[in-house]
Write a protein that binds this ligand. Sequence first.
Ligand code: SF4
Ligand code: MG
Length: 326
Amino acid sequence: PEVLLEVRDLHVEFRTRDGVAHAVNGVDYAVGRGQTLAVLGESGSGKSVTAQAVMGILDIPPGRITRGRILFRGQDLLKLKESERRRIRGAEMAMIFQDALSALNPVLTVGDQLGEMFVVHRGASRKDARARAVELMDRVRIPAAAQRVRDYPHQFSGGMRQRIMIAMALALEPALIIADEPTTALDVTVQAQVMDLLAELQRELTMGLVLITHDLGVVADVADRIAVMYAGRIVETAPVHDVYKAPAHPYTRGLLESIPRLDRKGRELYAIKGLPPSLTDIPRGCAFHPRCPMARDVCRTDVPPLYEVPGDRRSACHFWRECLDG
Ligand code: SF4
Ligand code: MG
């Protein structure tokens, strides 16, 4: 398939009161047409910051790309003028956020917000824009779209609002969608419905999808590949089913063991002890070593490279073989 997005050796820093935060430290990934890449990690792993760098919306808070390239259909986005990036954003790549209520304008009807995309980008008349808004709401299966197009965001349930966000992202038929925790704020049953809808639309429209989540439990059925991030680096990347069968990195193993399961009530919250490191003070050697049950002396001194693992996989663990063998 056509490669849509390539992130190459991306580095992003933030200046904070405590010093320079190294949010992204050499990330590489690629997504093609019709493919879904799940980017996994705890908060502070750099998964959202990488996405914001791709979208060109790193300005809040002020982040700085210090190295790397972001190619969209072979074109280096970091070399484009802001006006060109603005055109690509929305028309060719769009983003879906976790919190629809704050992403949508509370004083405009959803019809006006959806329609606005066609007025601004496609020069549509108000009447046509309204008709397109209703079509989009049908497409994301909002019941009684023709009536509900006049409602305001707060009049919808959380799940329906997230569908409206998806409709906004789809409006201009972008080739690539980045969804940052699109279902995290929703109830579990609604989560599954919204995720299914997103996956179905992705297939139907053969879009590329980057699905950012902290929950390995939601990606099994929708992703082709998975990239696990820790302290601003990718620590494991693999075809999704291989990761579930046998993780090649102890951090991925920990995430797998953290997936809530009915037979493990009560202890589903965090199987990985400790907290992610401060990005102003990332541990030497393997950044995961203070939390890793397999850590040895070499882990405290030597940064593991992203080793090649058989089966189109990579792992940044000195002991990936042992990890694979369980
Ligand atoms: Fe654990 Fe060492 Fe592997 Fe890092 S390199 S994940 S500390 S075993
Ligand atoms: Mg985030």
